[in-house]
Design a binder for this molecule. Structure first.
Ligand SMILES: [Zn+2]
Length: 99
């Protein structure tokens, strides 16, 4: 599974899509999609997944873009994104590409 596919799975789950739909859209085995979701707290119905994700983002546990676990350094400002790449990707998506 590529990083891009992981991000897509997460996005689709947050939009309330089922495993089957995601698997067929991304052309991945259903079991791969399911186990990825299990490992990353993306199980349950869409709204619940979205809510859990929101809480994790607010607590600074995961990257707002890709959902990767964030490592925090004591004494430093809390991060929201795991990398510059994710920050840019997120704002591109959420600003309709405008800068
Ligand atoms: Zn990230």
């Amino acid at each position: 599974m590529t990083e891009e596919q992981k991000v897509k799975i997460r996005r689709m789950r947050l939009d309330g899509n089922g495993y089957k739909h995601i698997a067929s859209t991304l052309i991945l085995p259903l079991s791969t999609v399911k186990s990825y979701c299990k490992r990353n707290g993306l199980v349950g119905v869409g709204p619940v997944v979205a809510m859990n994700n929101d809480v994790s983002v607010q607590l600074g546990l995961i990257c707002r873009n890709c959902g990767k676990r964030l490592k925090h350094t004591a004494g430093k400002k809390r991060k929201v994104f795991c990398s510059d790449k994710c920050r840019k990707q997120y704002w591109n998506l959420h600003d309709g590409g405008k800068v």
